[in-house]
Design a protein around this ligand. Structure first.
Ligand SMILES: CCNc1nc2cc3[nH]c(NC)nc3cc2c(=O)[nH]1
Ligand SMILES: [Zn+2]
Length: 383
C-alpha cells in the first residue's frame, strides 16, 4: 500500500526509523520505510542513470543485496520521456525493479551542461546534450516529471554550485535554491512519494546554516547535503558536513549526494549521513578498475597476466568466487562485455558489503575500530 489512511490523516509515504545512535560518533542505524519496501541505513544506492544500473540485471542487483537504486530525471525526460514511462506504469514497472527508487531532479546534470544552460529565477533553460533541442526546467516542470516517473523519493530542483565559487554567487544560488524548494513543495502532490530537500551554500558556513535552517522550517521528510563531491578537497567536504549535518533533524534521513568511495562513505557515516549515491563504483568498473581491501586495482595491468587468484582475496562475490584476475584481464584485453559485467558485480558488492559491515560496527559500537582496521589496509586517493 502507498500511505495508509488513518481516519483521513494520511501517514507519510516514506518514514525514517532511528534505531540506534552510536555512542562514539554521530553515526546511526536506521530503517527507511517506503511504499516499495524497507531499507536498512546507512545505505549505498547504486546509480541507474537511464533506468538501468549499467551492465547489471535487476536479478543480479538483488543477488548482491542492492535495495534502493537511483535514476536520473534529466536523462529519462530526454529519452524515452517521462510520459512514456508513466504510460508503462511508472519506473518500477518499466525497469522491473520492485524495490525503492530515488530520482534526482536533474539539477546536477543541467548545471554540468556548462554554457549550454541559462539560469533565471524561473528555472534553467538548457540545450539537450543529445540533439541540441532547447528545454526549460522549472521547479514545477521537474515535479511534474518526477511525479510521472513515480519513484518513492523525488529530489527538489536545485542548483549545485561548482567548486570553487565566490561567496556572492554561492549566496545568490543558495537563496534561489531555497525559493525553488518552496515552489517544488507547492507543486508536489503525490501522496505515495516523498520529496527530499537539498542543502546548499558551498563551503561557506553561514550560507550552509541559513540553507539548512530555511529548509528544515519547511518540514521536508528528508534532507540531502548537496554541492559537495564537486572537486573540493576531502577534508573540506568533511568540515562542511561537521557543521551542516547537526542542523538537520535527528529523526529524518540525511543523504550525501554523489559520494561513494569507501573512505568518504565511512567519514560520512561518522558525521551522521544515512544515504549515499555515486556512479564511481560502476563507472570505474567499466574501465577495469576495481576496489579491493588493499585499495584500487587496475586489471588491465600486465602484472595480472598470469595471476590465477581472485580480484580481491578477501571478497566472496560471484566474480571473486568464480573467476581469476588473468581471465578478467583477458576479457578486458579483448573487449569482451562479460569483463565489465564481472567488475561491476564486484565493485557494487564491495560497496554494499562495506555498508553491511558499517551497520554491524555501529550496532556493536565499534565503528572507530572498524575505521582504523579499514585504513590499515586501504589506500585512499586525494579526490
Ligand atoms: C537532485 C539533483 N541535485 C543535485 N545533485 C547532485 C549530484 C551530485 N553528484 C556529486 N558528485 C559526484 N555532487 C553532487 C551534488 C548534487 C547537488 O548538489 N544537487
Ligand atoms: Zn569480489
Amino acid at each position: 500500500c502507498s500511505s495508509s489512511n488513518l481516519g483521513g490523516k494520511l501517514l507519510p509515504a516514506v518514514t525514517f526509523e532511528l534505531l540506534k545512535e552510536s555512542t562514539e560518533s554521530k553515526a546511526r542505524l536506521g530503517k527507511l520505510h517506503t511504499p516499495h519496501g524497507t531499507v536498512d541505513t546507512p545505505v549505498f544506492m547504486p546509480v541507474g542513470t537511464q533506468a538501468t544500473v549499467k551492465a547489471m540485471s535487476p536479478r543480479e542487483l538483488e543477488e548482491i543485496g542492492a535495495r534502493i537504486i537511483l535514476s536520473n530525471t534529466y536523462h529519462l525526460y530526454l529519452r524515452p520521456g517521462h510520459t512514456l514511462i508513466q504510460e508503462a506504469g511508472g519506473l518500477h514497472k518499466f525497469m522491473a525493479w520492485s524495490g525503492p527508487i530515488l530520482t534526482d531532479s536533474g539539477g546536477f546534470q543541467v548545471f554540468s551542461l556548462g554554457d549550454l544552460r541559462k539560469i533565471t529565477e524561473e528555472g534553467v533553460e538548457f540545450r539537450s546534450h543529445i540533439d541540441g533541442s532547447k528545454h526549460l526546467f522549472t521547479p514545477e516542470k521537474v515535479m511534474e516529471i518526477e511525479m510521472a516517473l513515480g519513484p518513492d523519493i523525488a529530489m527538489v530542483f536545485d542548483e549545485c554550485v561548482s567548486y570553487p565559487t565566490t561567496y556572492e554567487y554561492a549566496k545568490e544560488a543558495m537563496e534561489r535554491t531555497t525559493r525553488w524548494a518552496e515552489r517544488c513543495l507547492k507543486a508536489h502532490h503525490k501522496e505515495d512519494q516523498a520529496l527530499f530537500a537539498i542543502v546548499q551554500g558551498s563551503s561557506f558556513r553561514e550560507l550552509r546554516e541559513k540553507s539548512a535552517r530555511d529548509l528544515v522550517s519547511l518540514d521536508f521528510p528528508g534532507y540531502a547535503v548537496g554541492g559537495l563531491s564537486v572537486g573540493e578537497p576531502k577534508p573540506l567536504m568533511y568540515e562542511v558536513l561537521d557543521y551542516t549535518v547537526p542542523l538537520l533533524p535527528l529523526h529524518k534521513p540525511r543523504y550525501l549526494m554523489g559520494v561513494g568511495s569507501p573512505d568518504c562513505v565511512i567519514e560520512g557515516v561518522l558525521r551522521g549521513i544515512d544515504m549515499f549515491d555515486c556512479v564511481l563504483p560502476t563507472r570505474i568498473a567499466r574501465n577495469g578498475t576495481v576496489f579491493t581491501k588493499l585499495g584500487k586495482l587496475v586489471i588491465r595491468n600486465a602484472k595480472y597476466k598470469n595471476d590465477f587468484t581472485p580480484l580481491d582475496h578477501h571478497c566472496d562475490c560471484y566474480t571473486c568466487r568464480t573467476f581469476t584476475r588473468a581471465y578478467i584481464r583477458h576479457l578486458f584485453n579483448v573487449n569482451e562485455i562479460l569483463g565489465l559485467r564481472l567488475t561491476t558485480i564486484h565493485n557494487l558488492h564491495f560497496l554494499l558489503e562495506l555498508m553491511r559491515n558499517i551497520r554491524k560496527a555501529i550496532a556493536a559500537d565499534s565503528l572507530s575500530e572498524f575505521r582504523e582496521e579499514f585504513y590499515r589496509y586501504y589506500e585512499p586517493e586525494q579526490f
